[in-house]
Design a binder for this molecule. Structure first.
Ligand SMILES: Nc1ncnc2c1ncn2[C@@H]1O[C@H](COP(=O)(O)OP(=O)(O)OP(=O)(O)O)[C@@H](O)[C@H]1O
Length: 667
């Protein structure tokens, strides 16, 4: 958009009226008429435009105008704000009026949709001028060639597509002609509306991959386990990768391909979302362009168009492509996108992860289904409990409302209903044991026998296995921690028990990472049929505030509970938490014990390793190890650099140099 400002003042308007009369009566218009205006009048005469034309000629509007589809949401937002005085028109690059509205109260109604506003058809007018010059253009009363428009002013702003060198159309605002004005009063409205439309055009110019990526990122921002699929490539969040098997992903991919192939989204669905779906020129098919003659003398007030607010580059508000036409579960089952216009995503049961469902939401771009975003969520039948914030507070002592945590807990709860083996997998300290205890507790059975394989207590596991094999109905459930550390004889006892009696009350935890021998691998394989992976803390940082409260010791009477400043919380959220909730619990304890201050915990009170921001450059393996060792030494020595340097066997100056090199000196 560009601007020009050459509105004639009232004396100039009178002079122009006289000049036009002279020109139309066959005489030279006179010296006071700008040469380009005289030139425009001469062109109109050359084209044979009759000055007393009653209505511009009708043209066949393009059937599926992408410009109209993109502009429609903005126009619909702006039109009701125009008041009765202004009319709004959208024309395309061939000066065909695609849409018009407003201006009815004062007779400036530009009911021109479907009409030809080119210079060849109607002579000089602002839309044709803006298209020709590529700049904002104003044409006032007598500057128009037609008698029809002697009492109106129009301002047109060209619309540029992001990749096009020339305007794709214009936004024109028409008002009654006001004497004595300099600058069209609706120029701001036209500019803002054009800006909103251009923003939409920009959003639509995104390549399909970008549209799919944006849809994926929007879901990710909600913390969902999500995958974007277009039939040939996949984008999978770590949470989804953990929850969905390879087979399930392949199945979802086939479904996405079917959606692309079968979808009948129709071109009008161009990713305008619901607002753009019924786009079609409205308004009368005849009428006086740029307003009737009977305009009121008052100048139009310039307005603040709604459209000015609308321009999010993503086109997110009006152009959210996905979801606009998603299908029903019926469609999902049949593989055909039935119910394509229903607005509810398709739900696909995932057999290999009981209790979970996948919502497939189509992503539509340029009127075509370009792929789908699959979001993993708890199945409807028990989603209520899982999705209610704090819904698993019923599992005593467990905190967390993030989606990855809720999904994992819901699934584990479902599996733990039966007194059958359950394997809880996850990084160190994610809460496997805490969850196992809570589940067993909830089952209401006898208190579990706790065995930690890491402690290598011989005979415990085989003893329990024997009791079960002998049908000892009174044997308590076994909570077996650290299955990865089981010795050979324990693994053998468990394998033979499971072979004989697959349904035994065993809940085991497993921290992947250590190499596993063939026997242990077999045991883990057997247990994996009923397993749940718990998310690491870095994938559910939204749970940190609740965990901070849950992990803090109850304050002594009369003392306020521990609270945390925003800055400190941010630092905690940025940390990668290799030790997960256990590490967080340790930090909470350490800070609480060390602090003398009152008020919320500040960032400076956090252990050194948490105060430093993550490395800003890619570190080599050696550098990563060194950085971790330094942080660990600082943590062990209460941030005392002299003692930390001593423990690392380096000089103090070297430690400072390394802190600087790793960007840790600002902490
Ligand atoms: N969701 C949670 N809410 C409250 N506390 C939790 C939660 N998850 C874990 N914790 C606490 O964090 C600590 C570590 O949890 P837990 O021992 O269950 O982890 P783990 O995964 O079994 O660890 P490891 O891999 O070392 O065996 C415990 O003090 C536990 O109470």
């Amino acid at each position: 958009m560009t601007t020009i400002d050459d509105t004639p003042a009232d004396s100039a308007l009178s002079a122009l009226r006289r000049a036009r009369d002279r020109f139309l009566s066959g005489r030279p218009p006179g010296d006071g008429v700008p040469e380009d205006l005289a030139e425009a009048w001469r062109r109109a005469r050359f084209f044979g435009v009759p000055r007393d034309l009653v209505a511009p000629p009708r043209v066949r509007p393009p059937e599926d105008s992408p410009l109209l589809a993109a502009a429609r949401p903005a126009l619909d937002r702006v039109a009701p704000t125009l008041g009765g005085e202004m009319g709004l028109v959208l024309v395309d690059s061939r000066c065909r009026a695609l849409w018009s509205a407003g201006g009815r109260d004062t007779g400036t109604s530009p009911d021109v949709a479907g009409l030809d506003l080119s210079e060849q058809a109607v002579g000089h007018n602002s839309a044709a001028l803006a298209l020709r010059t590529g700049r904002r253009a104003e044409v006032h009363g007598p500057e128009h060639f037609l008698d029809l428009w002697q009492e109106v002013s129009a301002v047109s702003v060209p619309l540029y597509e992001p990749t096009a060198g020339r305007p794709a159309g214009t936004i024109t605002v028409v008002t009654p002609l006001g004497e004595g004005r300099i600058g069209h009063p609706a120029a701001a409205v036209a500019e803002a509306t054009a800006h909103a439309v251009e923003t939409e055009l920009l959003g639509r110019a995104r390549p399909p991959e970008r549209v799919l990526l944006d849809a994926y990122l929007r879901r990710r921002a909600d913390g969902a386990a999500v995958a974007a699929l277009d039939g040939s490539s996949r984008l999978i969040s770590p949470e989804a990768a953990r929850l969905l098997s390879h087979e399930t992903l392949a199945r979802l991919e086939r479904h996405a391909t079917a959606l692309r192939r079968d979808a009948d989204a129709g071109p009008e669905d161009a990713d305008a979302g619901p607002e753009g779906t019924d786009a079609g020129p409205e308004g009368a098919r005849s009428g006086t362009p740029e307003g009737a003659r009977s305009g009121t003398p008052e100048g139009a007030r310039s307005g603040t168009p709604e459209g000015a607010r609308s321009g999010t580059p993503e086109g997110a508000r009006s152009g959210t492509p996905e979801g606009a036409r998603s299908g029903t579960p019926e469609g999902a089952r049949s593989g055909t996108p039935e119910g394509a216009r229903s607005g509810t995503p398709e739900e696909i049961a995932v057999p290999d992860v009981p209790g979970l469902t996948v919502r497939m939401t189509r992503v539509v771009h340029g009127g075509e289904v370009i792929g789908a975003v699959a979001t993993v969520c708890p199945a409807a039948r028990w989603a209520g409990a899982a999705e209610r914030p704090g819904g698993h507070d019923r599992l005593p002592g467990l905190v967390g409302t993030s989606t990855p945590w809720r999904v994992a807990v819901s699934r584990a709860t479902e599996l733990a209903r039966a007194a059958e083996p359950l394997l809880l997998i996850g990084e160190p300290g994610v809460g496997k044991t805490a969850l196992a205890r809570a589940l067993l507790d909830r089952r209401g059975a006898a208190a579990p026998r706790l065995v930690d394989a890491a402690e290598q207590v011989a005979g415990e596991v085989p003893g329990w296995c024997r009791a079960l094999a002998e049908g000892d109905g009174g044997a308590p459930p076994l909570l077996l921690r650290h299955a990865e550390r089981l010795g050979q004889s324990d693994v053998a006892a468990l394998l033979s028990l499971l072979e004989e009696r697959p349904a035994v009350p065993l809940v085991a935890t497993h921290t992947p990472g250590a190499p596993t021998g063939p026997c242990l691998s077999r045991l883990l394989d057997v247990l994996s049929a009923r397993s749940v992976t718990l998310p690491p803390l870095r994938e559910r940082v939204e749970d940190i505030p609740a965990l901070l409260a849950g992990l803090a010791r109850r304050p002594s009477p009369g003392r306020p509970p521990l609270t945390w400043s925003l800055d400190a919380r941010r630092a905690l959220e940025q940390h990668i938490w290799p030790g997960n909730v256990a590490e967080l619990a340790h930090v909470v304890r350490e800070v609480a014990e060390r602090r003398r201050a009152t008020g919320p915990v500040r960032r400076e009170e956090l252990p050194y390793g948490l105060r430093v921001p993550p490395a800003t450059r890619r570190l080599s393996g050696m550098e990563r190890a060194e950085r971790t060792a330094i942080l660990e030494a600082l943590r062990r020595h209460g941030d005392n650099k002299v003692r930390a340097a001593e423990s690392l066997g380096i000089g103090r100056a070297t430690l400072y140099r390394k802190l600087r090199a790793y960007g840790m000196d600002q902490a």
